[in-house]
Design a protein around this ligand. Structure first.
Ligand code: GLU
Length: 282
């Protein structure tokens, strides 16, 4: 089987050393296996994505010595693919519309005396799961903004036990129910990161996913969606995150270690490689 790896940045800021590591790792993985490396632009968040960041991503990756085939898949150009998957989940009655605002969720959690913490955040208390079909139709017909949430218990029941493979951590038994009823399509877009990523990895025939350790837990959700939607299951490699001198994770909002800045200050590719190996942290 041909190895197909990918780097899938969101153009919401400048790439930093962690992204460079991830991209180069995926690239080298494909090179070694005589496979293919793809670049995908994950720009479903239209409010935060910017063309100038996308352009800088192309520029930085080219400077790092990476090559990828055109055209690049841009998620914002494929909303119909995600909508089709959402329709399938709807027809299976595994998703429900959620009309809650952040404020509603907070008050419901407070009223319930708290909520368990999932890997991402507090678990959604399930308010809209209990609405009747009538109440749902009425609210939708009234034009009330709504997201779609996955009924995680129902989805897990229908999927059965789930396993995925991580290069470093080995065989992982997935427990997506820890997340509670996650948003599968946001109020403003017919998808979410979780849905778009599994659809794209499937459509692009990705066999090898490289990404930061911060997404390790999310892979449980991805595995669940793959099972329900009958999608390909890639091999995963979650790499350690790069940390700065003070032990903090690099973030897009702090661009001091962005590839752009480092290049401007005269760093060479060799310097970048050294900084990456010094910042790698288990
Ligand atoms: N777009 C995500 C990010 O920039 C990466 C998603 C992935 O690799 O699965 O953090």
């Amino acid at each position: 089987m041909t190895v197909v790896s990918r780097f899938a940045p969101s153009p919401t800021g400048f790439l930093h050393l962690g992204h460079a590591y991830s991209a180069m790792f995926a690239y080298e993985q494909a090179q070694r296996a005589n496979g293919r490396f793809l670049l995908r632009i994950e720009d479903i968040d239209q409010g935060r994505s910017r063309k100038e960041f996308e352009q800088q991503i192309f520029d930085d990756l080219g400077w790092l010595g990476l090559k990828w085939p055109a055209p690049v898949r841009r998620q914002s150009e494929h909303f119909e693919d995600y909508k089709a998957a959402l329709d399938t989940l709807m027809s299976m009655e595994l998703v429900y519309p959620c009309f809650c605002t952040r404020q509603d969720i907070q008050s419901d959690i407070q009223a319930a005396g708290g909520a368990p913490h999932g890997p991402d955040d507090l678990v959604y208390p399930g308010t809209c799961r209990h609405l009747s079909n009538d109440e749902r139709s009425k609210a939708i017909n009234n034009g009330q903004a709504h997201a779609y949430r996955l009924d995680i218990k129902k989805a897990c029941m229908s999927a059965g036990p789930l396993i995925w493979q991580d290069e470093a951590a080995g065989r992982i038994s997935a427990h997506p129910e820890r997340f509670g009823d996650i948003v599968i399509a946001r109020k403003e877009t017919p998808t979410s990161y979780h849905l778009a990523v599994v659809i794209d990895d499937h459509l692009q025939k990705i066999s090898f996913v490289t990404r930061g350790q911060d997404l390790f837990d999310s892979t449980d959700i991805h595995r669940l969606l793959q099972k329900i939607l009958n999608l390909n299951v890639p091999q995963y490699h979650h790499h350690p995150l790069i940390i700065d001198k003070d032990g903090n994770r690099l973030a897009k909002r702090n661009d001091s270690l962005s590839i752009k800045k480092l290049r401007q200050s005269g760093a060479t590719l060799e310097d970048i490689r050294t900084m990456i190996s010094e910042g790698l942290h288990d």
